[in-house]
Design a protein around this ligand. Structure first.
Ligand SMILES: C[S@@+](CC[C@H](N)C(=O)[O-])C[C@H]1O[C@@H](n2cnc3c(N)ncnc32)[C@H](O)[C@@H]1O
Length: 216
């Protein structure tokens, strides 16, 4: 999907991925993600997820990255969080007491702008990307993780020929191939989450996979 297509999805309100509650999977596996009591958590492709607020209640600082300005503005406005905005290279950095969001292209984010993290929470990012972009995404993502650091990763798998992405189907074998070079990977759970929305798009199965990755 081209970047400006994300822009129009946000403008048109086509954001079916956005949850009105904190993701129960994050809550369920937070002890594992926050095992080493990290000071900060990194959330790439964060949208306006309420998970940012929940993580901020558990750590000192949450740092998100989101391409679309409307998503970031809506996040701070809808949650009544006072923030300031500074230009940093190709990004607008929206800062608040416990949540900062870099608004811009994640692939342009440099390690010296954020330093590394012990914990990354990644929901619905890889499934936003076409297959050809996923290797580059994982390489870049892993560069923000300290050795021994953890990623809680939530992805989707379905029969790709039945529906065009995003979300794209990213089979668990592909996740294994992408991440195994960097550390250990554990499949924590897989659940059938097919609902009316995706049934109407032609799917008869939609699996949500939850992985914990620990960098070597
Ligand atoms: C499927 S949504 C998931 C949002 C969020 N993680 C959630 O759980 O609600 C993917 C998000 O990634 C953003 N995005 C797409 N490409 C991006 C990029 N290159 N850099 C930063 N954000 C990007 C989109 O604008 C969209 O908000």
């Amino acid at each position: 999907m081209l970047m400006n297509q994300w822009e129009s999805r946000w403008q048109d309100g086509h954001i079916g991925f956005h949850l009105q509650e904190v993701n129960p999977i994050l809550v369920q596996y937070s002890d594992e993600l926050l095992f080493e009591s990290p000071e900060r958590v990194f959330v790439p492709f964060c949208g306006k997820s309420l998970d940012l607020c929940w993580l901020a209640s558990k750590t000192n600082k949450v740092l998100g990255v989101e391409l679309v300005g409307k998503a970031v503005q809506d996040f701070f406005a809808e949650n009544n969080i006072t923030n300031s905005i500074h230009q940093i290279d190709k990004f607008e950095l929206f800062s608040s007491k416990s949540i900062d969001i870099f608004q811009g292209d994640f692939f342009e984010l440099k390690l010296e702008q954020t330093s590394t993290f012990k914990a990354i929470y990644d929901r619905a990012s890889i499934v936003s990307l076409q297959k050809a972009e996923r290797n580059k995404y994982v390489d870049h993502l892993i560069s923000f993780l300290e050795p021994g650091g953890r990623i809680l990763l939530i992805t989707l798998e379905y029969e790709q020929k039945r529906m065009d992405g995003p979300p794209y189907s990213v089979p668990s074998e592909e996740i294994e191939k992408l991440f195994t070079p960097y550390g250990t990977l554990e499949l924590l759970e897989s659940s059938e989450i097919l609902d009316e929305r995706f049934r109407n798009k032609g799917l008869d199965s939609l699996l949500e996979h939850v992985f914990m990755i620990i960098k070597k």
